[in-house]
Design a protein around this ligand. Structure first.
Ligand code: C5P
Length: 308
């Protein structure tokens, strides 16, 4: 409808798991060079944007008390960054329906940043190219570009320079969600502390892992999963070892900490096993809740737009 005014746009954005997270030594700017293989998984946040007198944020979901509702929220920062580029006022209400664990190592905050960016771009009819949006995403945070893109990708630099990876089949995951979050900077600091006095190798993507994604081979992927932040997350939260063991005992092909944690991730051979592993994890009492999720999942997607 030409000349119509968008009044409401809703965007769905996936969580991620890092199937390989190779971490290099700390750089002069405090970040770490990574070889970061992202896989988007089917747990989603939804961002709804509507016009408003001022920029404001509301949130619903189980972890709502931990979500900042001020200008520090990545969704607010995304709206401000996009508006600044186009010389407009970011006068919107951003509502976040939050299903991705907060501070869980699954890029939930990054998802909200990418989602708000696409939602505002659509509401304001800016029609930005994907390259322009990815550029703003990279300013917002290392994981935000991948939240926009979805699927699977190798991220280098601090994780924001992406090369998409074709995935040859679906994977079945279970995520055990812990009580309370872990701060990403403190997990990287613990990584640095544990690495003190050792030569940290340059991070490189594992060809066997990339091949497993390309062929959709769950068994090969399971044997290639690695996360260099796992020892740091376990050092800060030793009880995660019990969750990892419970999932493996219940029949997962492999288990690992998701990103900086404390969510733990379990790859299974099929959907039925994923359900069984989720039930066993819940019964083990080693996590707050357990969720099954397929992968790969699409990136940020407009699922509703209303105009008048
Ligand atoms: O980029 P983002 O704001 O998500 O990063 C959060 C924090 O995680 C950084 O301030 C830094 O402490 C750590 N980080 C890092 N190296 C990366 C990505 C993140 O040290 N490649």
């Amino acid at each position: 409808m030409s000349g119509s005014t968008e009044v409401r746009v809703r965007v769905r954005v996936p969580a991620k798991v890092n199937v390989q997270l190779a971490v290099g030594a700390a750089r002069a700017d405090g970040f770490h060079d990574l070889a970061n293989v992202f896989l988007a998984v089917g747990l989603y946040d939804e961002i709804t944007v509507t016009p408003s007198d001022t920029l404001r944020i509301t949130c619903e979901g189980p972890d709502v008390s931990q979500v900042p509702l001020d200008g520090t929220n990545l969704a607010a920062r995304a709206a401000v960054a996009l508006a600044e580029r186009h010389g407009i006022d970011p006068r919107v209400h951003l509502h976040i329906a939050k299903d991705i664990p907060v501070a869980g190592g699954m890029a939930g905050g990054s998802a909200d940043g990418a989602g708000a960016l696409l939602a505002c771009d659509t509401l304001w009819k800016l029609d930005s190219s994907q390259a322009e949006l990815l550029d703003i995403c990279a300013e917002l945070g290392s994981d935000v570009p991948f939240s926009l893109l979805g699927g699977a990708a190798l991220g280098v630099g601090r994780g924001e320079q992406l090369t998409p990876i074709d995935v040859g089949g679906g994977f079945h995951w279970v995520f055990a969600i812990a009580d309370g979050g872990l701060s990403t900077p403190s997990v990287f600091r613990e990584f640095d502390r544990l690495a003190e006095g050792t030569a940290v190798p340059t991070p490189v993507a594992d060809p066997a892992l990339l091949a497993a994604l390309r062929t959709g081979d769950a068994v090969a992927l399971a044997s290639a999963l690695t996360n260099d932040l796992q020892p740091a997350a376990l050092s800060l939260r030793p009880s995660l070892a019990d969750t990892l063991a419970a999932g493996t005992t219940a029949g997962a092909l492999a288990s690992l900490v998701s990103g900086s944690g404390p969510t733990t991730a379990f790859l299974t051979k099929d959907a039925e096993t994923a359900q069984q592993v989720a039930e066993a994890l819940l019964a083990s009492g080693t996590c707050r809740t357990a969720r099954v999720a397929p992968a790969p999942a699409p990136g940020a997607t407009v699922v509703e737009r209303s105009a008048r």
